[in-house]
Write a protein that binds this ligand. Sequence first.
Ligand SMILES: Cc1cc2nc3c(=O)[nH]c(=O)nc-3n(C[C@H](O)[C@H](O)[C@H](O)COP(=O)(O)OP(=O)(O)OC[C@H]3O[C@@H](n4cnc5c(N)ncnc54)[C@H](O)[C@@H]3O)c2cc1C
Length: 598
Amino acid sequence: MSVKTHQYEVVIVGAGGAGLMAALYASQKASTAVISKLYPTRSHTGAAQGGISAALGNIEEDRPEWHTYDTVKGSDYLGDQDAIEFMCFKAPELVYELEHMGLPFDRTPEGRILQRPFGGHTNNETGKPVRRACHAADRTGHMILQTLYQQCIKNDVTFFDEFQVLDLIMVNGKAAGVVAIELATGDLHVFHAKAVIMATGGWGRVWEITSNAYAYTGDGAAIVLRKGLPLEDMEFFQFHPTGIYKLGILITEGVRGEGGVLINDKGERFMEKYAPHVKDLASRDVVSRAMYIEMKEGRGINGQRYLYLDVRPETVNKYAKIDGRTNPDGTPYQVTAEEILHKLPDIIDFCKTYLGVDPVKEPMPVQPTAHYAMGGIPTNVKTEVLADEKGTVVPGLYAAGENACVSVHGANRLGTNSLLDLVVFGKEAGVHAAEYATGAAFEPLPGDAADFARSQLDAILNSKGNERVADIAAEMKHEMMDKVGVFRTEEGMQEALNKIRELKERFQHIHIDDRGKTFNTDLLTAWEIGNLLDIAEVTAASALARKESRGAHSRDDYPKRDDQNWLKHTLAWRRDGEIELRYKPVVLTKYEPKERVY
Ligand SMILES: Cc1cc2nc3c(=O)[nH]c(=O)nc-3n(C[C@H](O)[C@H](O)[C@H](O)COP(=O)(O)OP(=O)(O)OC[C@H]3O[C@@H](n4cnc5c(N)ncnc54)[C@H](O)[C@@H]3O)c2cc1C
């Protein structure tokens, strides 16, 4: 394999919302390249539906302080409060910045950005849901991605599309570049850099039922872990309450924001029991758990593992009346089928296409779906990657977006806060990486810079066993869904961990059919499954150790949150084949942990 070398001051891995925002800012000061395994506009940010949060107060009173408190509470007090405050106070400025770039938000009749309610976002004085999610129909992420990509093209950002990064180059403890394979040729490329930003998105493909794209294989996190750096809070993975039954495809929380309700086999709107104040708009961990309990107790539809999400106008109007929901002008909230079609066009389309169900006429069968990684590569508010529990910075290495853990989402993310996280911390990453790069020199590149990347591929290509990658992946996904999902027990997690280790051993003996150079998806899929196995192992080990229930980590055997012993972040290293866990305190500023009531 030949190796080509490139040199840029800042190299960004990933062209989703976080990577593109970073690129826009980094490229203003430093020579910048964006490397992406997908064509940029195919990044998962484009699948985001419901909206981006900002306390604009366009429809009703709202304040960044309320947004901050809701996020702290939603995080089950595990989020770092300095970072959360920073993000929520920056939100209005960033949303207006997107608007000025040309993002076609939905509008109020006066021409302001329209906002809708979303789970966990409240008026802190009344406790009622507040309209905080800015949206472009149910394709907000698509619009963000297209807008940012256009801006990057306009500003001459350099892209290496369909290049998959396999390794991070570290010299003298500093980030010095990355190694990537060019998908079309199979050639290896070394990107020599002064600063590297990791923005590779999440890893929902660890689980069987997921809303995540096929490309969500945790590459960035796995690469960093292999460099001897830790991953933070990996036990916290969000299950979104409403995935299409069996397929996992997401039905946005915006459906419930527009008045849709969850219904069990008895025709009951069961969220009243679990969250009497905000009901169907409780935070995601609360709703997913309620759904599991309903199904476990036999109230799934026809006794099966699904429930109904009902957004038929007659249902919405019935419950809006019961809840006393009003429009901003105080008139009763009532909707027509046309309005639902207008507000949720893609959802209606998905349901018709994948289920043959028309949501304005029939309820949608849904089940919780693996959705979002709260944990990831640890960073501080400046997005600098951290090497340990003391906050030691890895010079030149930055991370932003879903693969990073700042931590603004703590143990549970609120809907619409990820798109916000991308633009706020994507921008920080771009600014700080460029600033660092302009003041730093290129570290000399070692002669063997590409060796580790090559050896990973060679190990797969030369493996002589009979194991099929697809079988190993299926067993991992099933085990993780069953035992490290919405509900967890000591025994189940231990079994999952043992199974993952067995699968990792079997992975040493795989067989792939394609040994060619061009577009070898067999090879790269195998490499990605290797990443998922590493991530699954860290997730199960971190979860097993945490003996409490908090946010998305819910244990049958330790059902209560335990602030005395567990108000702390997990850091996990992989050393000599073992997972080493250490802990660091949560940053608390204004808000003392309280019991969460919804
Ligand atoms: C279906 C769905 C709906 C959602 N809806 C919302 C919503 O309404 N509101 C909200 O706030 N959040 C939502 N989220 C969450 C949010 O969209 C994601 O967390 C966010 O878009 C992640 O952005 P990112 O920039 O970190 O990663 P992505 O947008 O996924 O981009 C990752 C990039 O990394 C690249 N990459 C990955 N690995 C490599 C590699 N090895 N080498 C090179 N490049 C690589 C990819 O090519 C891609 O360009 C949703 C998520 C899903 C799945």
